[in-house]
Design a binder for this molecule. Structure first.
Ligand code: BGC
Length: 347
């Protein structure tokens, strides 16, 4: 069958590969791959060659943002042929560490976790894949192809949970939210903020393309310059990974404010910052910076709920390009108006 492959340890080796059918050991549910989303992790994985396939394999099937249709599922698995599913990305480490033992593989302590399509496990970018029922998130039929947004939305379901948990260390009643970066992660963060009734402000560099309108459709304000932010953010969801943006926004946090860092900048960047001043600001305001990566099983269910409550046309607007599997490497090249690019695994 065809799959989105990269050669282990080799940069820029993205190819339409011919691979074996998925082994039974990947799980008892056999799935027909429909779509897979491309994100910054995939772009970086391909350009740097850091992805690792199954132990001993010379290639990795990538794709961790998945949507598929069940072909075969055992009785009692909770799934039937025809059901839509999204696969969970991370698997607990084999030891397991105390966090993984509690289903908190997103908080794995020893780094021995594995990830479909990224770290020592083949991903979901294939015509067929298998998954264990426990690691399969049911996607309601009504979501249809928008189910490919479940995995990225799970990242935000977790990030917002982190914000709420940190915020709840004292009285908590956020009103104004700043989101930095209007890519899929930033826009989904803004979606959640608007669903919760918060004031939404999104900062991005783009002056053209669909981003400003997508933000306005949420009732939010779109900024290309932080100087135009006229509120004090109680919460910042940072989705650029750019050090300067992190620094500039951390300074703006309201008393007891929380800033959640969800992005990683691709290259090593050095900036000179007056860190003592920031330190003072964070201390005297009880402000918190918290990093957040990946998601646990419950966040996939939360993601489904929040997508179901969202406007379909708005979500359609996030998917700006669909590339057939036969040409999937072209999905990695960023085009100016791209937000989420997806690969159609059936073409
Ligand atoms: C994925 C996460 C994953 C992370 C690091 C992200 O793109 O969405 O699930 O943990 O990359 O590998």
């Amino acid at each position: 069958m065809r799959a989105m492959t990269v050669t282990t340890g080799k940069a820029d080796s993205a190819a339409v590969g011919e691979v074996e059918e998925p082994p039974d050991s990947d799980g008892s549910i056999l799935v027909e791959g429909l779509l897979t989303g491309i994100c910054g992790t995939d772009v970086e994985l391909v350009s740097s060659g850091f992805g690792r396939g199954r132990p001993g394999s010379d290639h990795l099937v990538i794709g961790h943002e998945s949507l598929g249709r069940v072909l075969e599922a055992p009785e009692g698995s909770g799934f039937s042929p025809g059901d839509l599913v999204a696969g969970v990305v991370r698997r607990p480490d084999p030891e397991p560490c105390p966090a993984c033992a509690r289903g908190e593989w997103d908080f794995c302590r020893n780094g021995l976790y594995t990830e479909r399509g990224i770290k020592e496990m083949d991903g979901y970018g294939a015509e067929r894949w298998r998954v264990d029922p426990y690691f399969a998130a049911p996607v309601p039929q009504q979501l249809g192809h928008l189910g490919v947004l479940v995995e990225p939305a799970s990242i935000l379901a977790k990030a917002w949970e982190q914000v709420d948990r940190v915020g709840s260390r004292s009285w908590y009643g956020p009103e104004q939210v700043l989101v930095t970066g209007a890519g899929p992660i930033g826009l989904l963060a803004a979606l959640i903020a608007s669903q919760r009734g918060y004031g939404v402000h999104v900062l991005d560099r783009a002056t053209e393309g669909p981003k400003p309108e997508l933000v306005r459709a949420l009732g939010g304000t779109y900024l290309t310059d932080l100087a135009d932010l006229h509120v004090t953010p109680d919460v910042v969801i940072e989705a650029t990974g750019a050090g300067q943006v992190v620094f500039d926004c951390a300074k703006l946090l309201a008393p007891a404010g929380v800033m959640c860092l969800t992005g990683i900048s691709p290259g090593p960047a050095t900036i000179d910052v007056p860190l003592d001043a920031l330190n003072r600001q964070l201390v005297v305001r009880n402000a918190a910076l918290v990093g957040s990566v990946n998601a646990a099983k419950r966040h996939y269910a939360d993601a489904v709920d929040l997508l179901q409550a969202a406007d379909k046309a708005w979500m359609e607007g996030l998917i700006t390009r669909t590339v057939p599997l036969s040409e999937w490497p072209s999905a990695l090249a960023r085009e100016p108006e791209d937000i989420k690019v997806v690969v159609d695994l059936q073409r």
